[in-house]
Design a protein around this ligand. Sequence first.
Ligand code: ACM
Ligand code: ZN
Length: 513
Amino acid sequence: MDPAIIPKPRSLVTHTGSIPVRPILRPADAPVEAAAALRALEPAIGEENSVGLSLEFLRGQCDPESYRLVIGHDGVRLYAGDEPGFFYAAQTLRQLLFAAARAGSGLPLLEIEDSPRFSYRGFMFDSCRHFFGIDEVKRLVDLAAAHKLNVFHWHLTEDQGWRIESLLYPRLTELGSRRGETRGDGIPHGGFYSRDDVREVVAYAAERRIEVIPEFDLPGHVTAALAAYPQLGCTGGPYEVATRFGIWEDILCAGNDDVLEFLRGVLGEICELFPGRYVHIGGDEAPKARWRECPRCQARIRDENLAGEEDLQAWLMNRAAEIVESHGKTAIAWNDGISSDHLASGIVQQFWMERGEAPRAAREANGGRRTIVSDYYHYYLDYPYGMTSLAKTYGYDPVFEGLERPESILGVEAPLWTEYVADRESIDRQVFPRLTAMAETGWSGPHASAYADFRRRLSHFYPYLESMGASPEALGKVDPGPLAGRWQVARFWGRAVDRKMIATLWKMATGRH
Ligand code: ACM
Ligand code: ZN
């Protein structure tokens, strides 16, 4: 049986025999590109001058994320072209060392050649519906790195709380980071990340080859910001940080030049704090009721020769994207924010939800728009396993229906929304092992016919996850039968009546999967 590595490597050849597991000898002349890999292996490195396992890092010419790992009688060799490749080789070696130590066996002689299918492999964490401190965020970053993911999408602004410090707009956190209660529980909830917290997380992630992508969700999901600065809404308020979940009609006023100034200021601060290539500007679930009634929004529509409110959203998203671009970065938006033909072509779409029978997302991607796939029906980690079983997540092919240009797909991302996730145990149960399944798809493509093999490898991966402090959902519960599944969905449905759930129940009722 092949060693149980997750994500499954592209090519793995085993030879008969093994070498004893010993502490690794610190390599004498590792290239600078191997620094992050060495740090990842540090716990396995032995004392100076001990009898240990020889480890060599060798520079080769290949894609930055690809690597070769050779275990021979004379030790371990890691080949890569750049830092990420060495880091991923180290992640694979960590798994092999852990498995051998646990089984009390040797390290199998083998040769692995490996490289990812997609260049974008992400996990999204909502720090707004429930706030978690940076220790928890860093733990999740660590776990993402162990899955060879390279993006941590940090959802930082919401109706229920603004979570990132701003020097230009201090009331965003002074007022906007706290809510009086959550769904009538009478318990105040709050918290935010200081600029130093953010820098710490960004540096921690960078050491693990992970880019942190901040999200400032606009023009909707901004009730907390409006509570702090009511003049940014169409009606002027007053507004309160939301204490319930859902979709709120008060959104940023697109006719108010102060809003553009606000976007320049806050997005500018965000761009300065996050050194990565992307900034997420949201765009999802923005009802147009206020804009239809607002004289300033209507004046903007006239002045800019726009066809209506959907065009006005595209206009505002384009302004936000220009700000992001002026800082040398690319904007990402949720695909339901693209209901106009006038959204700038450079904005990346994150496909989470189709609209109608001929998904606009497919048309956009076929027209060349770069796309991240987060189909809510397969990749949303907040849903119960009865709705989104492990088998369903694993079997999903991100080349979604109607897509004719698969090269438009940058990659995959699984979001964890935290409306009903308030502690670490719930995070882990929801995230693992479904994120593990998505990580394998993002790395080596879906192996739909090989689900049994994935489950076999997963049973070995569990102790490894647990050794890193994670508590994944019990393997016996991740593929519930129809009865247990329906019960879970009914319970979830009882709590979360929203647009997504209605669409989901419709799909389940009509058998459209
Ligand atoms: C989303 O789930 N509203 C992006
Ligand atoms: Zn307005």
